[in-house]
Write a protein that binds this ligand. Sequence first.
Ligand code: SAH
Length: 418
Amino acid sequence: MPAPRLGAEHAAVYGGTGTRHRHALVPTVHYTGSLTVDTEAMSVSSSLRLNLLGLPREHLARQFELWGERSFRATQLIKWIHQRGVTDFAVMSDLSKGLREKLGEVAEITIPEIALERRSDDGTVKWVLRLADGNAIETVYIPEDDRGTLCISSQVGCALDCTFCSTAQQGFNRNLTAHEIIGQLWLANNRVPVPEGRSRAVTNVVFMGMGEPLANFDAVVEAIDLMLDDNAYGLSKRRVTLSTSGLVPALDRLGDITDVALAVSLHAPNDALRDRLVPINRKYPIRELLAACRRYTRDGGRHHRVTFEYVLLAGINDQPEHARELIRLLRDVPCKINLIPFNPFPGAPFVRPTEAAVREFERLLGTAGFVTIVRRTRGDDIDAACGQLVGQVEDRSRRAPRMIRLHAELPAPAGVRL
Ligand code: SAH
């Protein structure tokens, strides 16, 4: 397909929005009178058209102004894309013919391609999505009586090396762009039949798929912007949950911008054990992490509480003494606790605890006054359970540790194995 001619105003979007696209593998275009294109980035991009799918309303409005159009067009376009699921400009009847044609030349609305769609007996749906550069990510839809939760990925692979997570075994390739993140929500809403009494299939989004969302800060924040925008998905902040292994400075930054629900992958009641299970703990130990959680819930947890996730690993962190230590640790933190019995994957060095051990752990926390939920496995017949998402990742982490440090502000992967 011949590349459309790009005007200066188009190039300005790439150059003019600061770091927004720096991590994203969209073409880096510098307008200097003639058009220069970063050829390495080009090789992973399907086209030079600007993909409008991931642009929050403010960015889109600015883009329309650069095109010499009125900024309210952004609201119209966002409704077409995200509420009506329309990706063809020609169909957008409240835009002028001239604008539709112009958009067709310089822009596109491209959704990740579905490589595989699997439906579990329990109604869970898993998609493997093929990205323009050949990598694949996974997204999972989990239906319940009163809600539909979408578990989305934020990176291709993950650099954090948590020892119990199969995504970590894949290594890390790159951050997702905002359009690749919001594209997962767009797809699910357009693929899953809307249950009776609801306007959309997806009512809740959790950043609990592949990747560490806070290591892909800008794109994740842009995607969240669209999720919360009434003209797009209109989800309330309580229905969008960001799950993090604990990148403290990024968590503070997030708190400055938004207050979506927060889940923190704790998994251990002390630093010695957490250092081994979640290696980022060596950089941001539990005390610092809990202080950041308190800062995030500035109101002292009255309006929303942090959810701590605790994967139960037989004989490692599931003993009554671990529960008691956890109770002491979290005594003054307004929180909920999600216990997740370990989901095995090939080669995993851990075992799922017995039902009795899970119950006892839950009982001890409950007796101490903690709201505790045992997350029952969904979709494990299609490898869609927590920690089982692997996609298809061309691992660049071992070959390019410098890049990971840039992306995730991390030390080079520690390669910790128990
Ligand atoms: N990087 C972010 C988001 C990924 S979601 C984070 O760490 O929070 C990761 C969650 O999936 C973890 O909290 C953990 O609860 C869960 N998880 C990962 N591997 C698992 C496994 N093998 N079994 C059960 N849960 C797992």
